[in-house]
Design a protein around this ligand. Structure first.
Ligand SMILES: Cc1cc2nc3c(=O)[nH]c(=O)nc-3n(C[C@H](O)[C@H](O)[C@H](O)COP(=O)(O)OP(=O)(O)OC[C@H]3O[C@@H](n4cnc5c(N)ncnc54)[C@H](O)[C@@H]3O)c2cc1C
Length: 376
């Protein structure tokens, strides 16, 4: 991308207050720029709030290098990001290197051949060491370095951090379109009002494509519903995250065990269903039978911004300069967010980037299918 001249008189406007928008706004504000953020609902209440917060793709070996590079760069940024946010805002995102135990042997073998140094194969007798007294059985793979964050707390901490960085956050402010002149963006229209902008960054998650469609972009980004439930247990009952095939458990410090997640192609319908609840409950009891003694306390759904192969779109509109997109993070938006935000800011500000932006451009030809369903 050609280096962009950033006019100081008009703010850079970020559209969407999920993790991608909040972190992108933070990068730009920390670089000294005036930033405004527009969110159609309340900040941090959509997919980013719904996420389990596992800081790794569930099956990393299924993903192209473009995803792996963003994930590795982000994982390296997370500890300092979370400790810095906790210190600055008093809200702890609970970054926790709880490790991930995989109970699916077939996947464990694939995992070992992908990157043996990240995992330790376990026989039944060793499982008891990683997860004592929990009734787990069978061979598995222990990945001790995989961490988690508590996504809703991360959203709250980021919003608080942005306010102290003087980012103006407009909630209940739906962006309806953009204004541009001589192939350069000049602003946007939100709740029927024109807003001037030097740059606009679209981080609208699953809603990005309807917004961009009128400006000649046809990105294959669309919603993919995921449901989760919470089983409340005494703190410390379960410590590592556990994955078996497509279902997983994420234990929080306070004993809440998140069970995720479904993958449903139902458009923009965000409702939870009885079938989803039963599916997750059955999976949780199969992974750890002792969970059947504890109550389900929460059930929610979120809309992932799916993309072919799970590779996000990070780059400038090919014809409207200054209109930048950062979206399509599919199942991995929490883990990919810090490096994605930094790359987007690098492109906007003309900074050198440690990541090659080429795999993420908006006009790339993807080898994958648009539904991304291979990435369960
Ligand atoms: C059940 C579930 C579990 C998940 N688990 C994990 C996990 O463990 N690890 C992981 O890395 N990822 C996980 N994900 C994926 C992750 O949540 C998403 O990839 C990520 O949250 C996407 O972030 P985002 O900011 O692009 O989207 P969102 O968080 O959805 O934010 C987009 C925002 O844009 C706003 N918006 C949209 N259109 C407009 C408009 N026109 N004007 C103004 N605002 C607008 C929306 O209201 C929304 O707040 C999970 C997702 C789900 C659903």
């Amino acid at each position: 991308m050609e280096r962009m001249h950033v006019a100081r008189t008009r703010p850079i406007v970020v559209v969407g207050g999920g993790i991608i928008g909040l972190l992108t706004a933070r990068e730009l504000a920390m670089a000294g720029h005036e930033v405004c953020l527009f969110e159609q609902g309340a900040v941090g209440r959509e997919a980013s709030w719904a996420a389990g917060g596992i800081l790794s793709p569930l099956h990393p070996w299924r993903y192209p290098d473009a995803v792996t590079r963003l994930a590795q760069a982000s994982v390296a940024l997370y500890p300092a990001l979370c400790s810095g946010l906790a210190a600055a805002t008093g809200i702890d995102p609970e970054w926790l290197p709880s490790g991930l135990l995989r109970l699916d042997l077939e996947e464990a073998q694939a995992a070992m051949s992908w990157a043996g140094r990240f995992g330790v194969p376990l026989e039944s007798r060793d499982l008891a060491d990683v997860c004592p007294g929990r009734g787990l059985s069978g061979p598995g793979l222990w990945m001790p370095d995989i961490a988690q964050v508590r996504s809703p707390r991360l959203m709250q901490a980021l919003a608080a951090a942005l306010r102290s960085l003087k980012v103006t956050i407009h909630e209940q402010a739906s962006v309806e379109g953009f204004t541009h002149a001589r192939e350069r963006v000049t602003g946007l229209v939100a709740n029927g009002e024109m807003v001037a902008a030097s740059r606009v960054v679209v981080c609208a998650g699953a809603w990005s494509q309807p917004l961009l469609a009128r400006y000649g972009l046809a990105l294959p980004v669309r919603p993919m519903r995921g449901q989760m439930i919470v089983i409340q247990t005494p703190p410390g009952l379960l410590r590592p995250m556990i994955l078996s095939a497509t279902r997983y458990l994420v234990p929080r410090r306070d004993g809440a065990v998140l069970v995720g997640s479904t993958m449903e192609d139902v458009g923009f319908v965000k409702e939870t269903t009885d079938a989803g609840r039963e599916d997750l409950l059955k999976a949780a009891h199969a992974i750890m039978p002792g969970l059947s003694a504890h109550p389900v306390t929460h059930h929610w759904a979120g809309l992932r911004p799916s993309s072919p192969e799970g590779i996000p779109y990070i780059g400038e509109h090919p014809e409207i300069r200054g209109l930048v997109v950062n979206t399509g993070h599919f199942r991995n938006g929490i883990v990919l967010a810090p490096a994605s935000a930094r790359l987007a800011a690098d492109l906007i500000l003309g900074r050198d980037s440690t990541l090659d932006p080429a795999p993420y451009t908006l006009d790339r030809v993807s080898a994958g299918g648009a539904d991304g369903t291979v990435l369960k």
